[in-house]
Design a protein around this ligand. Sequence first.
Ligand code: DCP
Length: 211
Amino acid sequence: RLQICIEGNIASGKTTCLEYFNKTGNIQVFTEPVHKWRNVRGHNPLALMYQDPERWGITLQTYVQLTMLDRHLSSISSPVRMMERSIFSAKYIFVENLFRSGKMPEVDYAVLSEWFDWITTNICIPVDLIVYLQTSPHTCHERLKQRCREEEKVIPLEYLVSIHQLYEDWLIKRTSFPLPAPVLVIPADHDLQKMLHKYEENREKILAASY
Ligand code: DCP
């Protein structure tokens, strides 16, 4: 079975990419469990994190780690599965960003890291390919403004620049953290029509990773 993870900055177009592949053949697609992060037993840890990252960062990221693990391990019937982001980017990009920007206390970072290390040492999380939707932070900022998700209204351009830099260090420069799989880069600053065309172009290459 082939496991593909779609990675990219906030509003880089991951959902559109997954929707494209969802429509075209025998691929099981999992979008990000963001609805869970906005409502866990009536609480909204995503909103809380944006309001006060020092206090609520660990709360959101602990829950993200659980929901990602659940996604990675869920059983499927089709030969190919695709998911939005991964437990790896949750840790290497988002937790790392909170910590490095001084918005996560060192003890919270230590506890999350211990959890992450335990999980990745004791549980096999197979990933065969990472598809990186590479955007400029500027494009993402524009798309964010258009999309108007309530929680995300507070996201400044600098936040997207930091996330972008962490992604580039991890997937392009390869200087920060281990890569769980080979990386296919798709430039993703283009409009919807052109992006759909690009997914079509790369379709074979992406699915070929299974053979
Ligand atoms: N988020 C976070 N920590 C994580 C993962 C995500 O704080 N470990 C936040 C960032 C966004 C929200 O969750 O505010 C949704 O994440 P995505 O960017 O992955 O989802 P999008 O819907 O923005 O993806 P796209 O627009 O590319 O389809």
